[in-house]
Design a protein around this ligand. Structure first.
Ligand code: FMN
Length: 213
C-alpha cells in the first residue's frame, strides 16, 4: 500500500474504534535498528589452547528446548575461523562495570594482541568452561557454553546456530532462597551505537494481567 493510500484509509475510517490514524512518519532504507540488544562477549580457543574474546551485539535466543542461541560473526573476525574449526564458543553476559572492556575487545583483534592479557579496567579474567574447551569470563554473571549445530552464510555475517550445553553462572547472584537474582548484576545494553545500563525496574513477566490482591 502506498503512503498516499494509507493516508486515505486513515481518513476514511476516522472515527471508527481502532481506526488507523494518519500521523507523520519517515520511511528509511532497511536497517538493523532492532534495539536494545545485549553486548555479549564471545570467547573461543584454538586447537593449541590460545584463547580469544570478541564483542557481539548480533546475538539472540532462538529456541527453548533444546536451548539454542545464535551469534552472527563476520568472516574477517579472528574469532570466526577459530569458532568455525572448533565448533565451540561461550557467550558471556556483560555488566556496566565491564563496559570499557566490552568496547575495547570489540575494536581490537586477537590477531594483534592477547585480549585476555589486558590490565586494569580492561581486565577480563579467563576461566575454564565446564563442558567445552573455549574459556569463560570470571567478571561475567552468566556464560553460556555453546556447541555449533549449523552455520548459515547470510551475507556480511555468518550466523552460528548453537546449542547451549551448560550455563556457567556466578553464585554471587544467588539470593538467600537460592534464586538467581540477575537484577543485581547491572547488565549492559547496546542501542544504536551506545552502551547503557538497564534503567528502572518496571514490572515482572505477566504483571499486566495479574489480579490485584
Ligand atoms: C558493541 C559491539 C558489537 C559488535 N558486534 C559484532 C557482531 O555481532 N558480530 C561481529 O562480527 N562483530 C561485532 N563487533 C566487532 C568485533 O567485536 C570486532 O571486530 C573484534 O575486534 C573482533 O575480534 P577478533 O578479530 O579478535 O575476533 C562488535 C563490536 C562492538 C564494539
Amino acid at each position: 500500500m502506498s503512503a498516499k493510500d494509507k493516508e486515505k484509509k486513515g481518513r476514511a475510517s476516522a472515527g471508527d474504534a481502532g481506526a488507523e490514524k494518519t500521523v507523520k512518519r519517515e520511511y528509511w532504507k532497511p536497517s538493523n535498528m532492532l534495539y536494545p540488544v545485549p553486548a555479549v562477549l564471545v570467547c573461543c580457543a584454538d586447537e593449541n589452547g590460545r584463547a580469544n574474546v570478541m564483542t557481539a551485539a548480533w546475538a539472540g535466543t532462538i529456541c527453548s528446548d533444546p536451548v539454542m542461541l545464535s551469534v552472527s560473526i563476520r568472516k574477517e573476525r579472528f574469532s570466526h575461523d577459530i569458532i568455525k574449526r572448533t565448533g565451540e564458543f561461550t557467550v558471556c553476559l556483560t555488566t556496566e562495570a565491564m563496559a570499557k572492556a566490552v568496547d575495547y575487545v570489540g575494536v581490537r583483534s586477537g590477531r594483534d594482541i592477547d585480549k585476555f592479557a589486558l590490565e586494569g579496567e580492561l581486565k577480563l579474567t579467563k576461566i575454564p568452561s565446564e563442558k567445552i574447551a573455549a574459556p569463560a569470563v570470571a567478571e561475567s554473571p552468566v556464560c553460556l557454553e555453546c556447541v555449533t549445530k549449523q552455520i548459515l552464510e547470510l551475507g556480511s555475517h555468518d550466523m552460528f546456530i548453537a546449542e547451549v550445553v551448560c550455563s556457567n553462572v556466578d553464585p554471587r547472584y544467588l539470593d538467600e532462597n537460592g534464586r538467581f537474582d540477575l537484577s543485581k548484576a547491572g547488565l549492559l545494553a547496546y542501542s544504536h551505537g551506545e552502551y547503557y545500563g538497564l534503567g528502572a525496574f518496571l514490572g515482572k513477566f505477566g504483571y499486566s494481567v495479574k489480579k490485584k490482591k
